[in-house]
Each structure stands twice: as C-alpha cells, then as structure tokens.
Design a protein around this ligand. Structure first.
Ligand code: PRP
Length: 176
C-alpha cells in the first residue's frame, strides 16, 4: 500500500470549502426543493457534510455508482452505471455531488444521461478540481478546492479502497 506523504488540505481548509459551497447552494435554491445526487463511493463524506450545511432548501438525496474505464479522448462509452438513481428525475432541480473531477469523463457521461430524463436543471459540485487534467468539456458549477496533478486520498477518496476515512486530504508518496 502506498504511504501518505503530506497533508494537501487540512480539516479547516476542507471545512471552509464545504461551507462556501453550501452557502452558494442555499442562496441558489432558497425556498425550493433540491435532489442531491452523490456519486459513490468517493462523495459520501463530502455529501454528508455538505447537506448539513445547506439551509432553507428542502433536500432529497439519492446515489449512483459509476465505473469509469480510464481516460480517453472520446467522452462516451467508457462509463458504466453500476447503480442507478432510485427515484425520478423529471421536473426536478438536481445537484450532482462529486469528490473529484479529473478528466471529466465520468461527470460528462452522467450529466448527459440525467439531461435526457427531463430534469428542471442539473448542476454539478465537486470538492476537488484537477482542472489541468481535463479531457472533455464539463462545467463544474461549484468547486471547493483547485489542485494540481497528484494522487490524493482521504475525506472519502481512496487508494485501492484504503484511506477514505482520513479527515484531511493527503498526497501519497510516488511509487519507485
Ligand atoms: C473518481 C471520482 C470520480 C471520477 C473522476 O471515482 O469520484 O467519479 O473518479 O474521474 P474523471 O473525471 O477522470 O472521470 P473512482 O473511479 O476513483 O471511484 P470511487 O468514487 O468509488 O473512489
């Protein structure tokens, strides 16, 4: 198992980033109803913190599991829906919650899928954005923290399923 090297984002930095997104979401959807869709597994901690900081919005939650088959220069066909949404999408305001956007392939695929089901709106929020790695165009409406390339774990993110429980976000040591 690769070892942790150093903390990239502290608990406080993460908390502030989540708070900022929650404030914007509370303003944007004030008085309305919002379907918040978490992309498992990585988003589970971020989503649980985020929804407890959103105020004045009626929130429904749902989850999907998506499996991406690596990066590609084309944007379709590499993502599989392992577990789909439980409830309906039509006519709803939807906020998709991701832990990290890398190439953008996963989110582009999922957003396109959602749009075909007739929602009122679809927006995306991600705690971490590796913008320099983007391969497909996708608007991330709410970004928590920008980062450079590098393998990060903690706060929901894993390395071979390890480290998801760390309260901070860590960079791993590189393989020799
Ligand atoms: C991560 C992340 C996104 C995706 C982003 O999931 O949660 O879903 O990769 O990559 P992309 O922008 O290049 O498509 P991962 O496959 O690690 O699964 P996990 O959430 O279960 O850890």
């Amino acid at each position: 198992m690769l070892k942790k090297k150093e903390i990239l984002f502290s608990k406080e930095e993460i908390d502030n980033a989540v708070e900022n997104i929650a404030r914007k979401v509370s303003e944007e959807y004030s008085g309305g109803e919002l379907l918040i869709v978490g992309v498992l597994k990585g988003a589970f901690i971020f989503m649980s913190d985020l929804i407890r900081k959103v105020h004045g919005v009626d929130i429904i939650v749902d989850f999907v599991i998506l499996r991406s088959y690596g990066s590609s220069t084309t944007s379709s066909g590499e993502v599989e829906v392992v577990k789909d949404l439980h409830g309906p999408v039509e006519g709803r305001d939807i906020l998709v919650v991701e832990d990290i956007v890398d190439t953008g392939v996963t989110l582009k695929f999922f957003k396109d899928q959602l749009l075909r089901r007739g929602p009122k709106s679809v927006k995306i929020c991600a705690l971490l954005d590796k913008r320099a790695r983007r391969e497909v165009e996708i608007d991330v409406d709410y970004v928590g923290l920008l980062m450079d390339d590098g393998f990060v774990v903690g706060y929901g993110l894993d390395c071979d399923e390890n480290y998801r429980n760390l309260p901070e976000i860590w960079v791993l040591e590189e393989e020799e």
